[in-house]
Design a protein around this ligand. Sequence first.
Ligand code: ZN
Length: 90
Amino acid sequence: MTYINFLQIIARRLDGLKKDIIDKVVNYGEDILNDEEIEILENILEEYSISNCPNCGEFIDKSNYEDILFIYDEGMCDSCKNNYDNIINE
Ligand SMILES: [Zn+2]
């Protein structure tokens, strides 16, 4: 998943100004943002700055957008989620 794909997924979850800013970045790049918009973008991305699985502590590379989105949504990494699901289904 590229950075742009990642932004597109985030944009779908947002609305109003936040969505507009992400759409601008996707279409034209970050260079066209003004200072205020950059600050808003940084705040949005801050929410998604996940460097470890909160459950097992597994390190997540900051360019591994699939894993970041997964942990953001599930609260744990893929392998923790599998273990968890197995326990639940036993
Ligand atoms: Zn984990």
